[in-house]
Design a protein around this ligand. Sequence first.
Ligand code: PLP
Length: 450
Amino acid sequence: SAVDAEKEVVVVPELPPFDYSPPPYAGPTAEEILAKRREYLSPSILHSYKNPVNIVEGKKQYLFDEKGRRYVDAFGGIATVCCGHCHHDVVEAIVNQTKKLQHSTVLYLNHAITDFAQALASKLPSDLKVVFFTNSGTEANELAMLIARLYTGCHDIISLRNAYHGNATGTMAATAQSIWKFNVVQSGVHHAVNPDPYRGIFGSDGEKYARDVQDILNFGTSGNVAAFISEAIQGVGGIIELAPGYLPVVYNTIKKAGGLFIADEVQAGFGRTGSHFWGFEAHNVVPDIVTIAKGIGNGIPLGAVVTTPEIAEVLTRRSYFNTFGGNPVCTAAGLAVLKVIEKEQLQQNAFVVGSHLKERLTALKDKYELIGDVRGRGLMLGVELVTDRELKTPAKNETLHVMDQMKELGVLIGKGGYYGNVFRITPPLCFTKEDADFVADAMDLTLSRM
Ligand code: PLP
């Protein structure tokens, strides 16, 4: 531990050993890249990160900057790199497929696409077996909402306040945080009270929050609805686990109103939560439609919508296709990812290492007033900073400061939540106990200096 028990002095932690150092970097400097980025790339987001690191290589759970400095990647490319950066098997599958066939269309057959669709369907319960590939989580959720609307003949959709489901017109409507919403036409989505055990008005009483969904049906719709869409653990929203008992009640309410349940597994899927392969499995409900992205391709652009044959039938009413969705290179990557997760038991590792890290972080909460809450499952963990525990005053500046200091110590960590005061810890699922200790030690040291 970083804490010397007798003296209560927090020592500077050392990165876990790793047998690789990148070759010397001969590319442009961070300053040169930043100047180009400012001139030629979208200015959005950039303003909130000062001095972004210039990442030139990634190996397993580590990232290297242009000086060869190694960082523990505690954000995993926003919960995306699940097998680890540049995993040998995934790279090999991509390279082999690229040499054979880079692109195909729905007009022809290719087994790289069907093999992965079958493997993906085999990971899902019940009759969830018809796969539509997309390139992103946004596209997957757009399609899922379209399918639900066609199937039910209803337009209204219910999503949770604080949710993030994407940034195209339909999904931006479902997303429910002002910073991600532009003032454009967004129709047909109602936002239910978030069953947030930390900040929510009913604490951990899931059934009480669930009543709001019935209220929305009664007072905001005709009584019928196309779908309820939800993440099992809100990611961008600040790693918020839905209060226990919430989803099963809402599921029944939605079914009675003729609607479908869309599980957005973009962040919580693919073994990240450790206890289950899919986030919804912890809630004892089986969705009608599952949307997937991020971890599915280990960073290769790939998303998917999976539903039942009966529901999928609605798309035969018109022609529907996506040029790049289900590109054979991406699906070859997807198949390799699934094999790596199984071979290396990454879901089990997420459970073991995630539980250890959560324990370490919870101990820090006992030590530092600034930590208001520690939550999450597996390797999808959140640490919320507050300046006043009673009032839960968001410690936004402190969060940025800790993030910056941890970067100096060698940890790259994400942040989020409505107030921007929650650390999001979503590393590659090959994270080790030593990496977890390093992250906790770095946070300990940083907080001890404040
Ligand atoms: N759904 C969830 C839960 C997400 O976290 C995200 C992105 O962060 C999306 C959907 C949108 O995915 P993408 O950024 O690939 O469009």
